[in-house]
Design a protein around this ligand. Structure first.
Ligand code: UT7
Length: 329
C-alpha cells in the first residue's frame, strides 16, 4: 500500500487595507525610517482597524479565498487548526468562531499557540490527521492581529509587527508529495525575553497590569535576535542534512519574517542564493502566525509540483523548527 502523506493543496490569505508606513511611525515614536529598514528590512505593515474587529475577521477572508480557489464545500472540511497569539478572546477558541462564521458545520477545531512558530507546529499537527487516514480535509490557519497587543509608544516593538492572515488546505497525497519531515523544538527558559505578561491566569487583568503596560508584547530584541539567528539556521541545516538535501536540491526557503537579517543568515547557512528565499517582510513586517502562509500565498504561482521547500520559524517560548515538503501542485 502506498504511504499517505499530507499535502498542501491550496492557499488563501488576507491583509487589512490600512498601511502603517515607517514614515508614519517616525511621527509616533523616536525612530527613523532608515533605522527601521536597515535593522529589520521592514518598510510598512498592515493594521486592522475598527471596534470589535478581531483575528477571525482576517482569518475568515483568508479561508473564504481558500475554499473558493480549491472549490471546497465548507461542509466537507473536517478539522480547523488556528495558530494565533491574538485570538478573538481567550475562550472559546477562534477556530470555533471561524467555523461558525463560514458554515464549516461538520468541522471540529481548536487554537494552537506557539508564538511565531505556531503555524509550523499546526502544520505538523494537522498532517498527522491526514497521514493516519482519519481526515481528508484539514484547514490550517495562521493569523494574528498584533496591533491588539502592541504598545505604540514602545519603539522596540511597534516598528516590527503587523496584522495579517493566511490559510492552507491539507489533503492526502499518495504520489510521494507533501510533508516529508519535521524538526520542532522548544525551550521555555527563553520565556522572559519575548512575552505578553498579563491577561492569563498568572497575572489576570487589573488596573496595575494595565497601567504598567503588561498587556503588550515585551521583547528583549538583541537576545531574541541572537537565539533566532543561531537556532533557525541550525534547524534548517539539520533538516537538510537529515534528508540528504544539498542547496541545489532546494527550490525555496519560506522562513518566518521577523527580521531580514535573521532570514539572510539562515539562507547563508543553508547555502541558498537570494532568489530562492521567499521574502515579503518589507510590506507586512512580522505578522507572527501570518508570515508563512502569506509567503506561500504570494509565491504560489511560482511554485512547481515536486519543488523541495523548507519552511522554518523561530519565536517566543522559545519555539522553533523546520519542515521539509514537496509542493504538490
Ligand atoms: O518573531 C519572533 C522573534 N523575534 C525576532 O526574531 C526579533 C529579533 N530581534 C530583532 O529583530 C532586533 O533585535 C530588533 C529589530 C528588535 C532591534 O534591532 P537591534 O539591531 O538588535 O537593535 P538594538 O536593540 O541592539 O538597539 C541598537 C540601538 C540602541 O541604541 P544605542 O544603545 O546603541 O544608543 C537602541 O536604543 O538602536 C536603538 N533603537 C532604535 N533606534 C531607532 C532601538 N529601537 C530603535 C528604533 N529606532 N525603533
Amino acid at each position: 500500500m502506498k504511504k499517505i502523506r499530507a499535502a498542501i493543496t491550496g492557499v488563501g490569505a488576507y491583509v487589512p487595507d490600512f498601511v502603517l508606513t515607517n514614515e508614519l511611525l517616525e511621527k509616533m515614536v523616536d525612530t527613523t525610517s532608515d533605522w527601521i529598514e536597515s535593522r529589520t528590512g521592514i518598510k510598512e505593515r498592515r493594521i486592522l482597524k475598527g471596534e470589535g474587529q478581531g483575528v477571525t475577521v482576517m482569518a475568515e477572508q483568508a479561508v473564504l479565498e481558500l475554499l473558493r480557489k480549491t472549490n471546497t464545500d465548507p461542509m466537507d472540511v473536517e478539522l480547523v487548526i488556528l495558530a494565533s497569539v491574538t485570538p478573538d478572546m481567550i475562550f472559546p477558541a477562534s477556530a470555533n468562531i471561524l467555523c461558525d462564521k463560514i458554515g464549516m458545520k461538520n468541522a471540529w477545531g481548536f487554537d494552537l499557540e506557539a508564538a511565531c512558530s505556531g503555524f509550523i507546529y499546526a502544520l505538523n499537527t494537522a498532517s498527522k490527521f491526514i497521514e493516519t487516514g482519519t481526515h481528508k480535509k484539514v484547514i490550517v490557519v495562521g493569523a494574528d492581529k498584533m496591533s491588539a497587543i502592541i504598545d505604540y509608544t514602545d519603539r522596540a516593538t511597534c516598528i516590527i509587527f503587523g496584522d495579517g492572515a493566511g490559510a492552507v488546505l491539507l489533503e492526502p497525497n499518495d504520489e510521494g508529495l507533501g510533508f516529508q519531515d519535521a524538526i520542532l523544538k522548544s525551550d521555555g527558559s527563553g520565556r522572559q525575553f519575548l512575552y505578553q505578561k498579563a491577561g492569563g491566569s498568572a497575572y489576570p487583568p487589573n488596573e496595575e497590569t494595565v497601567s504598567h503596560h503588561e498587556h503588550y508584547v515585551h521583547q528583549e530584541g538583541q537576545t531574541v535576535f541572537k537565539f533566532a539567528v543561531t537556532n533557525m539556521a541550525d534547524v534548517s541545516y539539520e533538516i537538510m542534512e537529515r534528508n540528504q538535501l544539498k542547496a541545489d536540491d532546494i527550490a525555496w526557503l519560506a522562513a518566518h519574517q521577523a527580521n531580514k537579517r535573521i532570514i539572510d543568515a539562515t539562507a547563508q547557512r543553508m547555502g541558498l542564493p537570494a532568489e530562492k528565499i521567499m521574502m515579503n517582510i518589507e510590506r507586512y513586517g512580522n505578522t507572527t502566525n501570518g508570515t508563512i502562509p502569506l509567503l506561500l500565498h504570494e509565491y504560489e504561482s511560482k511554485l512547481k509540483k515536486g519543488d523541495n521547500i523548507i519552511i522554518s520559524a523561530f519565536g517566543g517560548g522559545f519555539t522553533w523548527g523546520s519542515l521539509y515538503l514537496k509542493w504538490a501542485y
